[in-house]
Design a protein around this ligand. Structure first.
Ligand code: ATP
Length: 299
């Protein structure tokens, strides 16, 4: 086999609490992350020895050199295994909006590691792949594990948990993007210490009486709201359209709304897709999935 195509699912943060800040500036978080059906497609092709790495992408603003997190993931894999040569073509087809808080780059990098492990028959464990992944991006260990997870530390501690109810999710990505670094940089200590993650864990384990709208919270929301006031407007519109709850994902500015029926979600999409990018997605049990290998086998 010298070619593999993978589905790289995006993620949302159902909750996001900030616990504090490490001496090196990284924030410590507690978050329930969820894989979603909005995905990129990543194809890896082995090339003849000595040709090095090449990368193509259908989005003009995504870097195609060593600045691309997929390139970094491939190099990290090579270093970990001490491979003298890694001659590889990476083809990215992006659907996940860039700089949206949906883990687009991280899931692409996770797909590269997952795919290389198959292509090179290296049989690294999930934990070993996650260790390599955390050196290239904080959300990569989660994207490798996928499903519904408690994510702690700076993203390196990932624990699978009870699945979230199978609600239909609408994502709204306002036209503006935000930089994750800028949002974290503006976060003050007053936002530290929320307990939405602990409360969601109780809810998913069948304990506690609170509703999802009372539980879900994102400590970064107030910072991003100052940069992109539209976030509030979309949350209000989603709730008016029948969403059970609406919050922001990651550092935003993407907003999600959870609906009981696909009909309500699709009505919302039909009404507002002229004003922002609107996606109707389902919650997924996997972060990365093999679509095809060059044996032609659909997996
Ligand atoms: P997260 O939710 O993990 O914070 P994000 O949605 O904020 O992710 P990305 O979409 O991963 O952010 O992109 C952030 C930056 O990374 C962009 O400015 C982009 O130029 C760069 N980048 C590097 N590699 C990729 C990639 N494979 N896909 C998208 N962006 C990439």
């Amino acid at each position: 086999m010298d070619k593999i195509t993978l589905q790289a699912n995006g993620k949302v943060n159902l909750t996001l609490d900030i616990q504090g800040r490490r001496a090196d500036g990284y924030h410590l978080l507690r978050s329930v992350m969820q894989s979603i059906s909005l995905h990129d497609t990543v194809t890896l092709r082995r090339k003849p020895l000595g040709q090095g790495i090449s990368l193509s992408c259908d989005q003009p603003f995504v870097p195609r050199d060593e600045r691309n997190i997929c390139w970094q993931a491939a190099r990290a894999f090579q270093q970990h295994l001490d491979l003298k040569d890694l001659s590889l073509d990476i083809e990215l087809l992006k659907t996940i909006p860039v700089g949206a808080g949906l883990g687009g780059g991280s899931t692409d990098a996770a797909a590269v590691l997952y795919g290389l492990n198959i292509l090179y028959q290296t049989e690294l464990s999930l934990t070993a792949l996650q260790k390599i992944g955390q050196t290239v991006g904080a959300d990569v260990p989660f994207c490798l594990q996928g499903g519904t997870c408690l994510v702690e530390g700076i993203g390196e501690k990932v624990t699978s948990i009870d699945p979230f109810p199978a609600l239909i999710m609408v994502l709204v990505k306002p036209n503006q993007s935000v930089s994750t670094a800028e949002v974290y940089g503006k976060l003050d200590r007053g936002s530290y210490g929320g307990n939405s993650t602990a409360r969601l864990l109780e809810y998913l384990a069948g304990k506690g009486d609170d509703s999802l709208s009372a539980i879900l919270a994102n400590a970064l929301e107030s910072v991003t709201l100052d940069l992109v006031p539209e976030v509030r407007l979309w949350q209000e519109r989603l709730c008016q359209a029948g969403a059970i709850v609406s919050r922001m994902s990651g550092s935003g500015p993407t907003v999600f709304g959870l609906f009981a029926t696909r009909r309500e979600a699709e009505d919302f999409q039909a009404r507002f897709s002229g004003e922002a990018q609107v996606f109707v997605v389902t919650l997924m049990e996997q972060g990365v999935r093999v679509l095809e290998t060059n044996g032609g086998d659909q997996l």
